[in-house]
Design a protein around this ligand. Structure first.
Ligand SMILES: Nc1nc2c(ncn2[C@@H]2O[C@H](COP(=O)(O)OP(=O)(O)O)[C@@H](O)[C@H]2O)c(=O)[nH]1
Ligand SMILES: [Mg+2]
Length: 494
């Protein structure tokens, strides 16, 4: 069966049209009069146009019409009015118009049969006509999480280059931790064949084979050039190499012409950090000699870091991490900061700094909820607010980098609760005196309250995760939620 998306336009057997708000709520004009919400099952559509938001452009006009109880002879007239089409237009001409202007196609549709079998008895989820399909909500939630993930977490590509045995893999492991497998570190043997890609959702490390002593330098240089060219020619910048850590073995105290050629001519120098490795085993004189040789080769001081692996005390790793952070393109910084294992305080601070973005997400959702609430939503249909909030929570979960398992543990119970909270009986219990209708102000305030509540919980969870301590238990704390709600309402009134 085709999945319906928010804003799909439904056509009933016959001529009645409805706007699908998701989770089985349809807006239509059931009989001459104002716009009403109906359940998908009651509407019984047989055909559907455009599974993707075709009705969204006139949603605002619809909300206004509904708010002032505007009278429509039929749902078809309502749609024509929203689209500013001539009232005498016939259904066939209308279908042709939709195809032309929205690329909307008419498809057969069957109302899915609700599954009521697997609900436990003391679940908060209401049964019956107005109940939302929880599995639908969760599928939607997971999809929204993936989408948000792509927005917030752009994964940087870091290339490690340098002679075999110079300590490339050890360095990557010291800074980026477990993404680099233990057995990738060699003892003189070339462990890395061609280019190995170590990656998780935060970072992708290209570990090159490295130049073997005795191997033709030209061949190695040509191979490296080909690899870099291929990536930098990709129109998708996410595929580019964003940073190069070029390693020079410190105790060797030698910079070869091959090193200099690679650093200066093959890579974009703007993206290269020269890392002098095994600093733990270097004499001061060797350090000075290397710096001098690099300086003569035209490498600026501020692009050179002395470092050692984790076993040797991770000398200079914090410095390398800070410099890398500074040099990475803006979009890739957050993921890098999260991936690095060297500077815990920087990670904690980065998590705390997410409040601003979180606030933006909550405001967007509250605005959408306010627009939905402009059609005074009968409480039984407060379900229309759920998809908006599901999107909000998914975005917040992704922003705080809660991984798939954490999302399941921390966010899904929220979503399940949400389905319960936004139903007539529990919402009335929650906020006495609310009346029987959720209006724009209440819809926005409820959404803001939920957003603030979720943000503070996700922030705590992300901080705990970074510190390696157990995440706080999730108790959906009604009292706390009420406090947030009261604060939001007060804000609105002032
Ligand atoms: N003393 C010391 N040894 C290191 C350091 N980094 C790497 N090594 C050793 O150098 C060898 C080669 O390291 P590896 O990371 O596999 O180098 P790669 O071939 O460039 O990836 C291994 O035996 C490492 O244990 C370091 O900072 N200090
Ligand atoms: Mg290696």
């Amino acid at each position: 069966m085709n999945r319906l998306r928010f804003g799909a336009l439904l056509l009933m057997r016959g001529r009645r049209l409805g706007l699908y708000l998701s989770h089985r709520v349809v807006l239509t004009v059931p009989k001459p009069g104002p716009v009403r919400a109906a359940s998908l099952a009651a509407f019984q559509p047989a055909q559907v146009f455009a599974l993707d938001g075709v009705a969204v452009p006139f949603f605002e006009a619809l909300a206004t019409a509904a708010a002032c109880q505007e009278h429509f002879p039929s749902s078809f007239d309502m749609v024509k009015r929203m689209l500013s089409l001539p009232t005498e237009m016939r259904l066939n001409d209308f279908l042709a118009y939709m195809a032309r202007n929205f690329g909307a196609e008419l498809a057969e549709f069957a109302v899915p049969v609700p599954q009521n079998d697997s609900k436990d008895d003391n679940s908060d989820t209401p049964q019956g006509e107005n109940s939302m399909d929880e599995s639908d909500v969760i599928a939607d939630f997971n999809k929204k999480c993936d989408e948000a993930r792509e927005r917030f977490w752009k994964r940087p590509n870091i290339l490690l280059c340098g002679y075999t045995g110079s300590g490339k893999t050890s360095l990557a492991k010291a800074i980026l931790g477990d993404v680099v497998p233990d057995d990738a570190i060699g003892d003189g043997r070339p462990m890395t064949m061609k280019y190995d890609c170590y990656k998780n959702e935060l970072v992708c490390i290209w570990d090159s084979q490295g130049l073997e002593s005795g191997q033709a330098e030209e061949e190695f240089t040509a191979k490296t050039r080909a690899f870099v060219r291929e990536r930098q020619n990709d129109p998708n910048v996410d595929q580019h190499i964003h940073l190069v850590w070029y390693t020079i073995q410190g105790p060797g105290a030698r910079v070869t012409s091959c090193d200099l050629n690679l650093i200066r001519n093959i890579f974009n120098q703007e993206h290269v950090i020269v890392v002098i490795t095994k600093a733990d085993a270097m004499r001061q004189r060797q350090k000075e000699a290397l710096l001098q040789a690099l300086k003569e080769g035209g490498i600026p001081d501020d692009r050179i870091v002395f470092a050692s692996d984790a076993e040797s005390g991770a000398i200079g790793c914090k410095e390398l991490m800070n410099l890398s952070y500074k040099m990475l393109p803006e979009a890739y910084k957050d993921a890098f900061l999260e991936a690095q294992r060297i500077d815990l305080e920087a990670r904690l601070q980065a998590i705390r700094n997410k409040k601003g973005k979180a606030k933006g997400i909550v405001t967007t959702a509250a605005t959408a909820a306010g627009a939905a609430g402009a059609i005074p939503i009968p409480l039984s249909d407060a379900a229309v607010l759920v998809p908006i909030q599901v999107t909000m929570i998914a975005s917040l979960a992704s922003l705080y980098g809660l991984k798939q398992e954490a999302v399941k543990q921390a966010a899904l119970p929220f979503v399940a609760k949400l389905v319960g909270v936004f139903t007539a009986s529990s919402i009335l219990k929650l906020i006495p005196g609310l009346g029987s209708v959720v209006n724009a102000t209440v819809a926005a305030a409820l959404t803001t309250a939920m957003g603030m509540y979720v943000t503070s919980y996700f922030e705590e969870t992300a901080l705990a995760k970074a510190k390696g301590v157990p995440a706080p238990p999730l108790n959906f704390d009604m009292e706390l939620f009420k406090e947030f709600y009261a604060a939001c309402k007060k804000n609105k009134e002032n």
